[in-house]
Design a protein around this ligand. Structure first.
Ligand code: MGD
Ligand code: MGD
Ligand code: SF4
Ligand code: MO
Length: 753
């Protein structure tokens, strides 16, 4: 535990310890305040997981704090557009907008959209389920279905809980195979690994091997011993061929989990037909290379295979995610140090509650979406079908939307349809901090505190951390009087959709809702449990309850030295809870109490993939991320926006020559659903036939208030993506691997003229 002193009161001059909440790494910050203003942000050297590491976005939290375009008052629409208002008037307007729609058309007519930053805001996360329950609409959408639901579904079906996602033990492994992820830029996803680049370098320095499977030679691939560049969307064949090789060579080795595995026979049958030779023409990787990689994986004293966005946002995203963990199991690398392991988070862990080793498992498709009958997964429908649900007439059509830190106008495939859908809503209520491509359509915008004005505990990402830690941080600065904190905003929305009104007593509501959380506690113990967390309220109370009931918790007095919120308050750089340790069978929550290697839904999906003999298109579009950019926002900060233009189409020089393109030309890129013009940048690190554009750009829409971003707006790649291209199991958007046509727009000057 760190012992160095902390400054407690927000706004006090001195160095405050804080957390960067922009991405999953959650780096520790030392924030210097002088004269009431933030003057410097550095990495916290004592921080329990980031040890002083920081990327350029972390220091830019200062610029975000003082960005003149960041909202510090609610906005309400009147005839002249969005005008500054106050909190009371904003909630009264929200009630007058939403209640009549709910009363007349039922709760289904209101949708909730949860965006990426929402999962990094403790107050929002801890009240999300209350809001969803109070509304009672099945129309819940989140960025998870633009991203990770395939991985969570595969993990859920194999291990029994959607949050039981094994993570590579990067600091101890001898071999790491990264499939479709770029942690050097992203700093890990569903894998909390601050300073991924430094850790990958350390891995190689200690003699470990790094293999990257990615159609582009990414910043991560640059560090690798081996880079294989498959055709996008075909990892399923590559991975199945690796499994086929292991089975054919009798090399299955289950290691310590051998007594806890089911479905090996069915799995062996399922991959029997897919030899490396048959996979080669489909994935574009030589059969010999597939065999060699498989042999190396089996021979390594420890190894982990990891896959992210490139593997999940595909037609076969869930199937691919599943095969990745099957490889970890059959090579004996699941649940062993240096392999792929289950963290043991201090609170909110999906696999630390209930009976160890067994559980109800997960179900998908308990109900289906109205227009395309897509399955519910984790209580949500796919974002890719949100526009359909707004635009298609009929009973149950979405007429009003609440967005919570989401920018679907830029983030979802087929953005033209999404923009049209947003315009056609009867009511749009946005919790957001900018007037951007989505919120410009809003009737009400309610901002929350900035990251530096927020207290923070990482509810989700401590579940994926490469080392078990717990960290809490207090606000560095006071929130202005014109902004209310996220807990209060969420409670007020709960009250409104539940029919209690904008003026409801939210403290009483909070008491009632929090008591409901104690449903599993015998009634006679509830008063004592609540007394032990008094006088805390709201998210702090919920957090204390979760920590104390958690695996390291004090059990409300049963284990006097156990973890409490108070203990975290005394450790401003966080508490180390030790390395990951083997957790099978205790971490399993499947009904069988086993690791399910062959869930029937996934065997079916693999058969569909194998039967799919569609010819590959001439050009395939994939995405990319940049260290100085964060999805669709943060483009309004000069410190991050400076430098070369980032929204470029990467094209292989040989492809460019065929297309008649040179560096800096403008190309027209067209797909089934749209056409855009973008500057071309040559990149010989791409597989031939693959082009790449980042997402989150297109800040040239009228009515936005993003003065810096508008200077270099970039182009929205999601105008090209087809919302009907979805993962066949979960409906998650297939953001990577869109077939496109490319044409040079260079004006050919006739030399005779
Ligand atoms: N083509 C393509 N599309 C993609 C992707 C891709 O790789 N390719 N990636 C997908 C992925 S993985 C994701 S997660 C999504 C992300 O897409 P979204 O979920 O839309 O998230 P962001 O783009 O981060 O937009 C965040 C919104 O939150 C607001 N915001 C920021 N901070 C706060 C805050 O503190 N409080 C509130 N109330 N609002 C805040 C911002 O102003 C912005 O409007 O995009 C997806 N879209
Ligand atoms: N700097 C920065 N960091 C971020 C974000 C950001 O916007 N900027 N966003 C955050 C969010 S919301 C997320 S979800 C994470 C994402 O974290 P990552 O998944 O690590 O990031 P991506 O850059 O999307 O990496 C996907 C990789 O898949 C490759 N790829 C595309 N198609 C295929 C394919 O078919 N097969 C294979 N094998 N590879 C393929 C792409 O070339 C790309 O390198 O990053 C987070 N961190
Ligand atoms: S990697 Fe960068 S953006 Fe992510 S938490 Fe750390 S400092 Fe923030
Ligand atoms: Mo994401």
């Amino acid at each position: 535990m760190s012992t160095h002193a902390r400054v407690t009161a927000p706004g006090t001059d001195g160095v405050h310890h804080h957390t960067c909440t922009l991405c999953e790494a959650g780096c520790g910050l030392d924030v210097t305040v002088a004269g009431g203003r933030v003057t410097l942000i550095r990495g916290d050297r004592h921080h329990v997981s980031s040890h002083g590491y920081l990327c350029p976005k972390g220091t830019a939290l200062k610029d975000l704090q003082y960005d003149p375009d960041r909202l510090t008052r609610p906005l309400i629409r009147d005839a002249g557009g969005l005008i500054a208002s106050d909190t009371e008037a904003a909630f009264v307007r929200v009630e007058s907008l939403l209640r009549p729609i709910i009363d007349q058309h039922g709760p289904d007519s209101v949708g909730i959209v949860i965006g990426n930053p929402a999962v990094h805001r403790t107050g929002i996360v801890l009240y999300l389920l209350d809001l969803i329950a109070a509304l009672g609409s099945p129309n819940v959408y989140s960025s998870a279905s633009l991203d990770q639901i395939p991985k969570q579904t595969a993990s859920g079906l194999m291990f029994g809980d959607f949050y039981s996602v094994p993570v590579p033990d990067i600091d101890r492994t001898d071999m790491l195979v990264i499939v479709g992820a770029n942690p050097v830029v992203s700093n890990g996803s569903m894998w909390t690994v601050p300073n991924a680049k430094g850790r990958l370098r350390d891995l190689r320095a200690r003699g470990g091997r790094l293999v990257v499977i990615d159609p582009r030679r990414t910043e991560t691939a640059e560090l690798a011993d081996l880079h294989l560049a498959p055709r996008p969307g075909t990892d399923v064949y590559l991975l199945a061929a690796m499994l086929n090789t292991i089975v054919a060579e009798g090399a299955v080795s289950l290691g310590d989990v051998a007594d806890h595995v089911a479905g090996l026979d069915e799995l062996q049958v399922a991959v029997a037909g897919l030899t490396p030779e048959s996979a080669e023409p489909r994935c574009g990787i030589d059969a010999d290379a597939i065999r060699q990689l498989t042999h190396d994986l089996c021979a390594s004293s420890s190894a982990a295979v990891y896959g992210r966005m490139g593997t999940t946002t595909q037609l076969h995203g869930t199937t691919t995610s599943w095969l990745i963990d099957v490889l970890n199991v059959v090579t004996g690398n699941l649940d062993r140090p240096g392999g792929a392991m289950f963290p043991r988070p201090a609170a909110f862990g999906g696999n630390t509650n209930g009976e160890p080793g067994r559980g109800p498992g997960v179900a998908i498709g308990r109900y289906h979406s109205r227009v395309h009958a897509l399955p519910e997964v984790m209580g949500q429908f796919p974002m890719a079908t949100l526009a359909d649900e707004i635009l298609t007439p009929g009973d149950g059509r979405i007429r009003a939307l609440i967005t919570i830190a989401a920018n679907p106008a830029l983030s979802t495939p087929d953005s033209a349809a999404m923009q049209h859908a947003l315009q056609s809503l009867d009511a749009l209520v946005c919790l957001d901090v900018y007037v951007n491509e989505t919120t410009r359509h809003a009737d009400v915008v309610i901002p929350g505190p900035s990251p530096l004005e927020n207290a923070h505990y990482d509810v989700f990402f401590s579940q994926y951390a490469v080392r078990n830690t717990a960290h809490l941080c207090a606000p560095v600065l006071d929130t202005p009087d014109t902004v209310i904190d996220d807990d209060e905003t969420m409670l007020r929305l709960v009250a409104i959709v539940a029919g209690a009104g904008a003026a409801a007593d939210v403290d009483r509501l909070d008491d009632e809702l929090t008591e409901q959380l104690l449903a599993d506690v015998p009634p006679e113990f509830r008063p004592a449990v609540l007394q032990s967390v008094a006088p805390r309220r709201r998210s702090a109370r919920r957090l204390d309850l979760a920590l104390r009931a958690g695996p390291y918790g004090d059990g409300f007095g049963e284990r006097p030295h156990g973890l409490t919120l108070a203990a975290l308050e005394q450790a401003p750089s966080g508490i180390d809870l030790g390395p990951m340790t083997p957790r099978v069978p205790d971490a399993l929550r499947t009904p069988s109490g086993r690791i399910e290697l062959a869930p029937p839904e996934l065997l079916d999906a693999l058969a569909v993939a194998i039967a799919d003999l569609t010819e590959p298109p001439e050009f395939i579009l994939i995405g990319r991320r940049h260290l100085r950019s964060n999805n669709s926002w943060m483009h309004n900060l000069p410190v991050l926006a400076k430098g070369a233009t980032r929204c470029t189409l990467l094209v292989h020089p040989d492809d460019a020559a065929v297309l008649g393109l040179v560096d800096g030309d403008t190309a027209q890129v067209s797909s089934e659903v749209g056409s855009i013009e973008v500057p071309v940048e040559l990149d010989d690190g791409l597989r031939r036939g693959v082009v790449s554009l980042p997402h989150g750009w297109g800040h040239d829409q009228p009515g936005t208030l993003l003065q810096v971003a508008a200077l270099r707006p970039g182009t929205n790649t999601n105008l090209l993506l087809d919302r009907a291209r979805r993962d066949i199991v979960t409906g998650t958007a297939a953001l990577n691997s869109t077939p496109v046509a490319i044409r040079s727009l260079r004006t050919v000057v006739d030399p005779a003229e």
